[in-house]
Design a binder for this molecule. Sequence first.
Ligand code: ADP
Ligand code: F6P
Length: 323
Amino acid sequence: MAKEVNTIGVLTSGGDAPGMNAAIRAVVRQALAKGKKVKGIKKGYAGLLAEDIVDMDSKSVSDIISRGGTILQTARCLEFKELEYQQKGAEICKKHGIDGIVVIGGDGSFQGAQKLARLGINTIGVPGTIDLDIACTDYTIGFDTAINTAMEAIDKVRDTSTSHERCSVIEVMGRGAGYIALYCGIANGSEEILLPEKYDHDEAALIERIKEGRKNGKEHYIIINAEGIGHSQELAEKIEKETGMETRATILGHMQRGGNPTCMDRVYASAMGAYAVDLLDEGKSNRVVAYKEGKLVDFDIEEALSMNKSVSEYLYKVAKDLV
Ligand code: ADP
Ligand code: F6P
């Protein structure tokens, strides 16, 4: 028989993402609406181990839906990969009466959730990462805001690049995944998109294309480089040396993780947070909320973690065809 969950804990873990606050708000308000108590666990699994736990009511999440970051703060807690600390975490949950947890984060955070589930705490993962690199879902909270932030920044770099007839290597985040680079590459009409999933390491050919572009009268040459490829500064120096075109590297960095979430991120974060509470209310555990083919669904964490994801071949082709 399904175990009834009376007190729900909520935490954010891994890199923060715009829209996490909207998800926290949804978890709190949906849980309260179902007559449950809610506790906020600060700073991810690190805060759980430190018993940094606060009671939450409806007012605790007032005025946060539009704010970036996470009011619960977040952390990367390496200790939590060890059984001893996972057991300690589960004991702390029991001590505080927490019998269900919503973990908002990425694949790493879901692994922590899976461990807590095995130790008797009902857990549900909600995908929150700007990287879009969670295989079971077409949507992750924060991606939409991050691509819009990056796109606006790249537009600005493009203006100055054109004025000076320069080449710009612009590095975007994404850890090992190229989704942010792919989307910005298309949206910014860049001449090149370098993705970890597709990179051929043929910099000589890249340099030839830049020379060709120059001959054909291109006033700038924008290269969107994914963080997973990196070495943007070295690449810029090499391009300048070998093409004679002035080249600058811009690494957009953590600005991509901040800022007010877009409408899309607020809406999906709200829906996913509420859905996570519905799952706990139904006695489910060890599940990840996902958005697949236009619907909110859920997967077993193990199954979700075993899935593979790759960038869309069609979008990649479109990006190249439209240059
Ligand atoms: P993300 O959740 O964005 O993928 P990380 O990979 O940094 O980010 O993971 C966030 C946190 O999740 C880690 O700092 C750690 O506390 C926890 N975690 C990651 N991997 C595991 C694991 N194998 N077992 C238990 N906890 C884990
Ligand atoms: O996972 C989100 C992310 O911003 C990645 O794109 C990036 O590789 C990483 O986190 C950066 O982490 P940190 O904030 O620890 O530098």
